[in-house]
Design a binder for this molecule. Structure first.
Ligand SMILES: *[C@@H]1O[C@H](CO)[C@@H](O)[C@H](O)[C@H]1NC(C)=O
Ligand SMILES: *[C@@H]1O[C@H](CO)[C@@H](O)[C@H](O)[C@H]1NC(C)=O
Ligand SMILES: *[C@@H]1O[C@H](CO)[C@@H](O)[C@H](O)[C@H]1NC(C)=O
Ligand SMILES: *[C@@H]1O[C@H](CO)[C@@H](O)[C@H](O)[C@H]1NC(C)=O
Ligand SMILES: *[C@@H]1O[C@H](CO)[C@@H](O)[C@H](O)[C@H]1NC(C)=O
Ligand SMILES: *[C@@H]1O[C@H](CO)[C@@H](O)[C@H](O)[C@H]1NC(C)=O
Ligand SMILES: *[C@@H]1O[C@H](CO)[C@@H](O)[C@H](O)[C@H]1NC(C)=O
Ligand SMILES: *[C@@H]1O[C@H](CO)[C@@H](O)[C@H](O)[C@H]1NC(C)=O
Ligand SMILES: *[C@@H]1O[C@H](CO)[C@@H](O)[C@H](O)[C@H]1NC(C)=O
Ligand SMILES: *[C@@H]1O[C@H](CO)[C@@H](O)[C@H](O)[C@H]1NC(C)=O
Ligand SMILES: *[C@@H]1O[C@H](CO)[C@@H](O)[C@H](O)[C@H]1NC(C)=O
Length: 629
C-alpha cells in the first residue's frame, strides 16, 4: 500500500470519525484495508482504525487470525495489558502500537490468511473489520532440459517430447509458457501439448514442472526453445526466462551434394585434390567413394564425407562418385564429379648435355615436352638474356660471350604453376691469341728483365716460355691469362730471342720478343750510372755512334800514316810529335762519351712522354761534326 493510499485512507477514516462523533451516537466503526501484500521475510503492518461515537476510556482491542474456519485470538489490549496471546503461532512474532497497528516482524507463508481487528468500548459496544494478508515468494530461475536422444521428424503416431522446464520454490505457483524462437506455443491438437505438474514442497513453496510436446519438421533443426515463467510479487507481475536450447533432429536424407572444393582452378600433377560429399539428412549418411566404379579407401582420420587425393598424377583423371547411405531410411543417393589432371612431361633437349662449340660456329638447340594442353617455350641464358622464337634456339657465329647455361622453360598457360625447365651448358672454345704489351726491349748483358705475355682464348691457355727463367702467372679470368717471365740477359738470349707460346686444346699462338743490346763501351772511364740510364736507347742512335767511332778511327789511321810519311822525310822530330799524337784520340773519345750521355738524357725525357719516339739520326751526325771542328 502506497503512502498516498494510506493517507487517503486515514483522511477518510478521520472524516467518518468526525461525522460519527457529531451525528450518530452509541456506535463503533472499524476501518481496515481489504488486502495487504507482503514478501516472505519482510515485516507486515496491518492497520486498524476505530471510530467511537462517544468518548470513552474503556477501550479494548483484540486481534484474531482466521485460518480456514478456525478463529484464533493472537493479541489483546485492555486498560491494563497490551500483549500477544500465549501458545499461538504469533507469540513472540507480533506487536501492536498505540494506533492499534499490528506488526508481524517477519512474514512467513503461514501468515497468508485473514487478520481481524475487534474494538470494544464498554457500553458503546464493539465492532470489527478484517484484512487479508497475501504472502509472496519469488521462484528460482527456471531450468530447461532438452531431449538428449534425437527427435525424429518422421514419427507420425505421437507428438514427440521436446524438452521440460522446472521452476522451483515459488509462492504462489508461477505459470510456465513455452516459446519456439520468439513465438509462444499454445496447446494445439496434434501439434503442441504442454503437461505441467505442480508440487508443493515441505516448505509450503511450489515447484512447477512443464513438459513440452511439439511436432517438429526439418525446418526446426535450427530452432531455439525456451520456457518463460510468470509470477506475482506484491503489486506487480514478474517474468523470468530459461536459457535457450537447440534440439537434435533426425530427418531423412533427401539430397546429396558432391563437389570438388580444392583446388578452384585446373588441376595439375602433384596437386592435392579435395572433394566434399554432403547428404542433407541427420544423422548424416554413410559415405563411400568410387573411381570408375572401383572403391577408394579413405583415410579414416579425415572428416566424414571428405575425399582427399594427395599428389595426383595424370592417372588420377577420371570420374569420381560419392554414395551416401541413410541408415535410418535405408535409402542411397549418389553423385559424380569428373576431374582432369593436367600434366607436362620432362623436357627433352636436343642436343642433350654440355656442348662445346668453336668460335664462329653455328648451332640450333631444340626443346620438347608433352603436355595435356598447349605449351609455351622460352629460352633464357644464365646472364638473364632472354631469347624469343619458340622451342628452337639458333646460335650463329658464336664467340666467347656466348658461353653460358641456356635454360629452356616450358609452361602450360592455361594451367598456372605447371612448369618444367631444363638447362644445357654451352662452352665456346678457340685457340689462344697472344699479345705482349712490349716486345722490343733494350737490355744489358747480366740485367734482369721482365717479359709479359697475355693470352686470350678458351679453354684457358697454358703459357710456356722457350727459355728458363722465373715465371709468374699474374692474372687469370675472362678467357685471359697473363704470364710474366723474369729472365737474366745472357748473350745467347740476344742471339736466339725469346718466344712465349700460349696453347690450349684448340691450338696455340706465339709471341716473340726481340732484345737489343746496349753496346758495351771499350773506355774504362765510362761511368756505371751512365750505362744504367742508356738501357732503352734506340738501336738507330747507337748505330750513329758506332759509325762515328769507326770514322774517327779511320781519320786517326790516315793522320798516323801522314805523320809517319813526314817522319820518314825527317820533317818532324820523333819524341814530341809522338806524345801529342797519342793524347789526341783520347780527347776525341772523351768528347764522344759526353755526346752519348747528352743523348741518353735527352732520350730519357722523350721516353717518359711517348714510348718509342725516336730522334732522327741526322741530328747526332751534325752534333758530332760540330765537335770535331
Ligand atoms: C471495513 O473497512 C472499510 C474501509 O476500510 C469500510 O469500507 C467497511 O465498511 C468496513 N466494514 C465494516 C463491516 O465495518
Ligand atoms: C503467559 O505465560 C506467562 C508464563 O508462562 C505468564 O506470565 C503470562 O501471564 C501469560 N500471559 C497470558 C496473557 O496468559
Ligand atoms: C498514530 O497515528 C497518528 C496519526 O495517524 C500518527 O501521527 C502517529 O505517528 C501514529 N503512531 C504510531 C506509533 O504509528
Ligand atoms: C497464470 O495463468 C492463469 C491462467 O492462464 C492466469 O489466470 C494467471 O493470471 C496467470 N498467472 C500469472 C502470474 O501470470
Ligand atoms: C608425388 O608423386 C611422385 C610420382 O608418383 C613421387 O615421385 C613423389 O615423391 C610424390 N611426392 C609426394 C610429396 O608424395
Ligand atoms: C563425366 O565423364 C563421363 C565420361 O566422360 C560423362 O559421361 C559424364 O557425364 C561426366 N560427368 C559429369 C558430372 O560431368
Ligand atoms: C623427370 O625429372 C625429374 C627431375 O629432374 C626426375 O626425378 C624424374 O625421374 C623424371 N621423370 C621421368 C619420367 O623421366
Ligand atoms: C659476341 O657475339 C654477340 C652476338 O653474336 C655480339 O653481340 C658480341 O659483340 C660478340 N662479342 C665479341 C667479343 O665479339
Ligand atoms: C719485374 O717484376 C717484378 C715483380 O713482378 C718487379 O718486382 C721488378 O721490379 C720488375 N723488374 C723490372 C726490371 O721491371
Ligand atoms: C729466379 O729466382 C731465384 C730466387 O728468387 C733467383 O735465385 C734466380 O737467380 C732467378 N733466376 C732468374 C733466371 O732470374
Ligand atoms: C706451343 O705449345 C704447344 C703445346 O705444348 C705445342 O704443341 C706447340 O708445338 C708449341 N708451339 C711452338 C711454336 O713452340
Amino acid at each position: 500500500m502506497g503512502i498516498r493510499e494510506r493517507m487517503a485512507f486515514s483522511t477518510t477514516a478521520l472524516c467518518i470519525l468526525l461525522i460519527t462523533v457529531q451525528g450518530i451516537s452509541g456506535e463503533i466503526k472499524v476501518f481496515m484495508l481489504q488486502v495487504e501484500e507482503k514478501e516472505v521475510g519482510q515485516p507486515a503492518q496491518i492497520e486498524c482504525q476505530a471510530s467511537i461515537s462517544e468518548p470513552t476510556t474503556e477501550v479494548h482491542v483484540q486481534w484474531f487470525f482466521l485460518n480456514g474456519n478456525k478463529r484464533e485470538r493472537i493479541y489483546f489490549m485492555d486498560s491494563k495489558h497490551s500483549v500477544a496471546d500465549n501458545g499461538t503461532e504469533y507469540t513472540g512474532r507480533i506487536s501492536m502500537d498505540k494506533n492499534y497497528t499490528l506488526t508481524i516482524h517477519s512474514v512467513t507463508l503461514r501468515d497468508q490468511g485473514t487478520f481481524i481487528c475487534q474494538v470494544g468500548a464498554g457500553a458503546v459496544g464493539k465492532n470489527e473489520n478484517r484484512t487479508e494478508l497475501r504472502v509472496y515468494d519469488a521462484p528460482e530461475l527456471p531450468e530447461i532440459k532438452g531431449e538428449e536422444t534425437g527427435i525424429a521428424v518422421t514419427e507420425e503416431s505421437s507428438i514427440p517430447k521436446i524438452a521440460h522446464c522446472i521452476s522451483r520454490n515459488g509462492y504462489p505457483p508461477p505459470n510456465i509458457t513455452w516459446y519456439k524462437d520468439q513465438t509462444p506455443l499454445q496447446d494445439q491438437e496434434g501439434v503442441t501439448s504442454v503437461q505441467a505438474t505442480l508440487t508443493k514442497e515441505s516448505s509450503g513453496l511450489f515447484s512447477v514442472e512443464s513438459h513440452l510436446f511439439h511436432r517438429v519438421t526439418k525446418k526446426d533443426k535450427d530452432s531455439k526453445f525456451y520456457c518463460e515463467i510468470n509470477y506475482q510479487m506484491p503489486g506487480i507481475n514478474h517474468m523470468m526466462e530459461s536459457s535457450k536450447i537447440g534440439i537434435i533432429l533426425h530427418y531423412p536424407m533427401e539430397q546429396l551434394k558432391f563437389l570438388r572444393v580444392f583446388p578452384d582452378g585446373p588441376i595439375k600433377e602433384g596437386d592435392t585434390v579435395k572433394f566434399e560429399c554432403r547428404g542433407d539428412g541427420n544423422p548424416p549418411p554413410e559415405y563411400s567413394f568410387y573411381k570408375n566404379n572401383q572403391g577408394i579407401d579413405v583415410n579414416p582420420a579425415f572428416d566424414q564425407g571428405l575425399l582427399i587425393l594427395e599428389n595426383v598424377t595424370q592417372m588420377s583423371t577420371g570420374t569420381y562418385e560419392c554414395r551416401g547411405l541413410d541408415l535410418e531410411t535405408v535409402t542411397e543417393l549418389n553423385k559424380e564429379v569428373n576431374i582432369t589432371v593436367n600434366y607436362l612431361t620432362n623436357i627433352t633437349l636436343t642436343p642433350d648435355g654440355p656442348l662445346e662449340l668453336a668460335v664462329g660456329e653455328d648451332k640450333t638447340l631444340s626443346c620438347n615436352a608433352h603436355a595435356s594442353a598447349l605449351t609455351a617455350f622460352q629460352w633464357e641464358k644464365s646472364d638473364m638474356e632472354v631469347f624469343t622464337g619458340g622451342n628452337s634456339l639458333h646460335l650463329t657465329n658464336v664467340n666467347y660471350s656466348s658461353t653460358g647455361t641456356y635454360t629452356c622453360e616450358v609452361t602450360v598457360p592455361t594451367v598456372p604453376g605447371l612448369v618444367k625447365s631444363k638447362s644445357i651448358l654451352i662452352t665456346v672454345s678457340g685457340k689462344p691469341e697472344v699479345t705482349a704489351p712490349q716486345n722490343k726491349l733494350w737490355v744489358y748483358i747480366g740485367e734482369e728483365v721482365n717479359l709479359t705475355c697475355v693470352a686470350f682464348g678458351h679453354p684457358e691457355a697454358e703459357i710456356t716460355w722457350n727459355v728458363a727463367g722465373n715465371l709468374t702467372v699474374r692474372h687469370r679470368g675472362d678467357h685471359t691469362v697473363t704470364s710474366q717471365l723474369t729472365v737474366k740477359v745472357v748473350p745467347e738470349l740476344l742471339r736466339l730471342g725469346i718466344t712465349c707460346n700460349a696453347s690450349n686444346m684448340m691450338g696455340s699462338g706465339q709471341q716473340s720478343f726481340q732484345l737489343y743490346q746496349v753496346l758495351p763501351t771499350t773506355h774504362s772511364t765510362a761511368k756505371t750510372d751512365d750505362i744504367v740510364r742508356k738501357k732503352q736507347k734506340n738501336p738507330e742512335s747507337s748505330g750513329v755512334i758506332i759509325v762515328a767511332v769507326i770514322v774517327c778511327i779511320l781519320l786517326l789511321a790516315v793522320l798516323g800514316a801522314t805523320l809517319y810519311f813526314l817522319y820518314k822525310k825527317g820533317k818532324i822530330s820523333c819524341g814530341r810529335s809522338g806524345k801529342q799524337d797519342i793524347t789526341r784520340p783520347e780527347d776525341q773519345k772523351d768528347i764522344i762519351m759526353e755526346l752519348k750521355t747528352d743523348k741518353v738524357q735527352e732520350e730519357a725525357g722523350l721516353l717518359q712522354g711517348a714510348n718509342g719516339d725516336k730522334k732522327p739520326p741526322r741530328d747526332q751526325g751534325e752534333q758530332y761534326i760540330d765537335l770535331r771542328n
